[in-house]
Ligand binder design. Sequence first.
Ligand code: NAD
Length: 294
Amino acid sequence: MADVIGFIGLGNMGLPMAANLVKAGYRVQGFDVVAAANEAAAKAGIFVAASAVEAVRGASVVVSMLPNGRLVLELYGSGILQAATAGTLFIDSSTIDIDSARAVNALAREAGMSNLDAPVSGGVGGAAAGTLTFMVGGAEGDFARAKPVLELMGKKVVHCGDTGAGQAAKICNNMILGISMIAVGEAFVLAEKVGLSHQALYDVASTASGQCWSLTSYCPVPGPVPTSPANNDYKPGFAAALMLKDMLLSQEAAASAGANTALGKHAAEIYQSFVAAGQGGVDFSGIINAIREG
Ligand code: NAD
């Protein structure tokens, strides 16, 4: 019988990630609280369990991919640690706060299980293509065990340090992303006002010192990068509400660690206003439209 992996949370990211484990030959026992997610999972060859507790039974590895830290803590406290075989490796790939990541690690270890925080970057496209980047926090031995499984879902797997270090890397990376998208948006709006074409700014900045991912992969104006959400009516991609979540996580971490992140703070406020104006479901690059409106 194929080795068993439990997979909890079969949403936009979790489903394609779990589907890649099925393709690699694992028996994947999945569970989501939403019926439609379970139906889609069954079509992808995932064995849908009646509960999270049932999904972990007999598994050697359990992956969770949930919206936030509170839900991950609730999941780890719901009996799954007691239902699993001793020594099972629990990998949480959700993006959550560092304190919750450390708390779930403590719960897992007390129950005789192994645990890693392993958030991802690369979005829904990367999840489907199996090209995610995993940022992993936890013990060296657990990382070595997880790596071959994570490599079935991602192309880059980085051990960032002890428990919580994966979440720390994710939060720092996304703070750069959130700030840089606003910077790129401001530059295009300034270009419009001074009569410089989008393409000319792109052609220069994409190979000059203004080059960054927000410009060359998610260019916030239609045209220069045909695959960017701007060409698809700012459909996500990476929704502004998720960007706001990550910016707020960065500010929570900065406050508790005493780090000065003045631009991160301002960027979080800008996304907060955008989401409050009803734009949470729009790709975060749509922030350029709020910048243009002033
Ligand atoms: P999503 O909302 O599409 O999926 C989350 C799923 O978890 C939902 O289907 C929900 O029903 C399910 N769920 C919630 N509580 C549950 C529980 N107790 N048991 C079982 N299932 C439960 O979100 P997503 O886009 O897949 O994101 C998941 C995580 O990945 C988030 O932490 C997000 O920040 C992170 N992330 C998302 C992206 C992206 O581009 N979407 C990129 C990188 C990281």
